[in-house]
Design a protein around this ligand. Structure first.
Ligand SMILES: [Zn+2]
Length: 280
């Protein structure tokens, strides 16, 4: 499932393609259709994301909220390119391109001034990608949940918004934090390091199109990797999806523990994890 950085990049691409242009909107999904009249002659002011939701704001004040869940996807096609053989929810055309939302099922029409009234948006914690969100904001937000296991809290969009599974694993690794500790057990230093890693790695992933490690290290790993289909996956992350491979830092094997249906990846040695104790 895409994480904050992927949705953020998709929103930025849509914004570049659609904002302040002459558009034509075709609503194919019945629950969306009754808005068609109101959108005639409007322009899009901006497309942006909040956590995993996409918000398309029109100049009449209407905002389309869409959440891709597992199957939804926005695609930008050339004007004459054929559409994919998938369920089309809506098409926004400019003179040169067509932005198509496929297969998503979660929509709402909101008003620009009342975005926060949407239940998904209302419950979001501070957004790691928002420019005004600082290390201190994230650290203090995390410390408001001392009883939560840190690995769980990082995925909970109500605690902080924008992280998914790969950023969780890699931020914990970079910060040298035990994923199974409770937040209240972390030292102030650990909490600060973790907050910093959450922000830095998320921004880096946006800038580097999903590469979480520094570009130089990623390129070195790719150049020296034996050629196989997973080389990119294994090179762009610190620990995520690297179960059984050597830790980039210490050489010990990266571990994986399943928790709430998702894998938690970590280096037990670097992160001081006692793998004999089952986390609760
Ligand atoms: Zn290690």
């Amino acid at each position: 499932m895409p994480e904050g950085p992927e949705i953020y990049r998709a929103a930025a691409a849509l914004d570049r393609a659609l904002a302040n242009k002459r558009i034509e909107v075709a609503l194919h999904y019945p629950p969306l259709k009754r808005r068609a009249k109101r959108l005639r002659g409007t322009q899009i002011v901006r497309v942006y994301s909040r956590s995993k939701a996409m918000l398309t704001e029109f100049d009449n004040g209407d905002v389309l909220y869409s959440h891709n869940q597992l199957y939804g996807e926005w695609q930008i096609h050339g004007r004459d390119e054929p559409l994919l053989a998938r369920q089309v929810r809506l098409i926004i055309s400019t003179t040169s391109q067509r932005a198509v939302l496929y297969s998503a099922t979660e929509f709402a029409w909101l008003n620009r001034d009342r975005i926060d009234s949407h239940p998904y948006i209302a419950k979001l914690g501070p957004e790691v990608l928002a420019p005004e969100v600082s290390v201190a904001t994230v650290a203090s937000r995390l410390s408001a949940f001392p009883r939560r296991v840190v690995a769980d809290a990082l995925l909970d969009q109500a605690v902080i918004a924008g992280l998914g599974n790969y950023l969780r694993a890699d931020a914990l690794f970079v910060a040298h934090v035990d994923p199974f500790a409770r937040i209240g057990e972390l030292s102030n230093n650990e909490l600060q390091r973790l907050a910093l890693a959450c922000i830095q790695l998320t921004r880096r992933s946006v800038e580097q199109e999903g590469v979480v490690r520094p570009l130089r290290e990623y390129r070195h790993a790719m150049a020296t990797a034996t050629r196989h289909s997973r080389a990119h996956e294994h090179s762009r992350f610190y620990v995520f999806d690297r179960e059984g491979l050597p830790c980039w830092r210490c050489g010990a094997e990266v571990s994986r523990v399943n928790r709430g249906g998702r894998g938690v990846f970590f280096c037990a040695r670097c992160q001081g994890v006692n793998t004999m104790i089952k986390p609760k």
